[in-house]
Ligand binder design. Structure first.
Ligand code: NAD
Length: 294
């Protein structure tokens, strides 16, 4: 019998209200998930159109639940009422936890985190949804690095069960416990991992992609590899997964891992995805990756 992973035993203050910075693919997903789980959330962006798109996407996800008979119109409205779109920091003084989900750029993230730190209460927790940037690096500019950790959701947030909670060297136990509690309240499965390139999931996933790359260089067709992995039981093969994630995101994460663990993650020969990216293919987001999308 496979035992369930041990639950977090620390005592945590619940998150009663939260905020997310960035209303993009991930920020919009976090807002939807929090609101659906009954935790009201402020969703802040610097662009009004991003807020509109985030709300529209949430509405569409809720409509799908209505179509399946799992929700009624009043339920949909209750969830939407739990998301407050914002272009400024009004209301941030009342939130218990903030998820930063702006662009994957260390300078932008550091500036945004330092800014929001001055807007929240002294006991609020700050987290970052970064996929590749060191939590210790982002903590450097903060006045309360003990109240900061990583909270790494996967795309699409509403479907992906796992959340990596990343413990920086200065993150306090209370910070980790509260972030774990928030992920659990959102119906997710949190795991606490250390701060290192790729955290945990990408350190497991990228050696698989390196194996995929070797097969491609040996002349095996990518569609065949996808079909084989699907028949093996994975929900999708590596080529389709790379297109879903985005070829640019894949290449960026691969470089971070190669720099972090050169002797373990190095490639023999040029990775095919670097060449794809150089040709302008970004995956599903621009209709061209390993496959073509219309
Ligand atoms: P995105 O480009 O879809 O959204 C980013 C949003 O941040 C945009 O709407 C932008 O207007 C907004 N923004 C920029 N500066 C801001 C600021 N100062 N304040 C508030 N909002 C600001 O990006 P995304 O794909 O949602 O990624 C966000 C983060 O999540 C990145 O760190 C990324 O690495 C991480 N992540 C992405 C995925 C994924 O598959 N997309 C998965 C896991 C983690």
């Amino acid at each position: 019998v496979r035992k369930k992973a041990r639950a977090w035993s620390g005592k945590a203050e619940p998150v009663r209200r939260s905020a997310v910075l960035g209303a993009g693919i991930m920020g919009g997903g976090v807002a939807f998930q929090s609101a659906s789980s009954g935790v009201p959330i402020v969703m802040k962006d610097i662009r009004g159109e991003a807020l509109e798109l985030g709300l529209k996407t949430a509405g569409q996800l809720l409509d799908r639940q209505i179509d399946k008979g799992r929700l009624d119109a009043a339920g949909k409205q209750r969830v939407l009422d739990n998301i407050r779109p914002a272009l400024d920091y009004a209301g941030f003084g009342e939130v218990d936890l903030v998820v930063e989900a702006v662009v994957e750029n260390p300078r932008v993230k550091a500036a945004v985190l330092a800014e929001v730190e001055d807007q929240v209460a002294a006991n609020a927790v700050l987290t970052s949804n970064t996929s590749t940037i060191s939590i210790d690096l982002l903590a450097r500019g903060l006045k309360r690095p003990e109240a900061f950790c990583g909270m790494h959701f996967f795309n699409p947030v509403q479907l992906m069960q796992l959340v990596e909670v990343i413990r920086g060297s200065r993150s306090s136990e209370a910070t980790i416990a509260r972030t774990v509690a928030y992920a659990s309240a959102m119906g997710k499965t949190p795991i606490v991992v250390g701060d290192c390139p790729g955290f945990l999931v990408n350190r497991v996933l990228f050696p698989y992609f390196n194996g995929f790359n070797r097969l491609l260089r040996d002349g095996v067709d990518f569609e065949r590899i996808d079909r084989v992995m699907e028949a093996f039981g994975w929900p999708m093969g590596p080529a389709y997964l790379a297109d879903v994630v985005g070829i640019d995101t894949m290449v960026h994460a691969d470089h971070v891992l190669q720099e972090g663990f050169p002797e373990r993650m190095g490639h023999d020969g040029e990775p095919i995805m670097d060449a794809l990216l150089a040709s302008g293919a970004l995956g599903q987001k621009n209709g061209r990756g390993f496959y073509e999308y219309t």
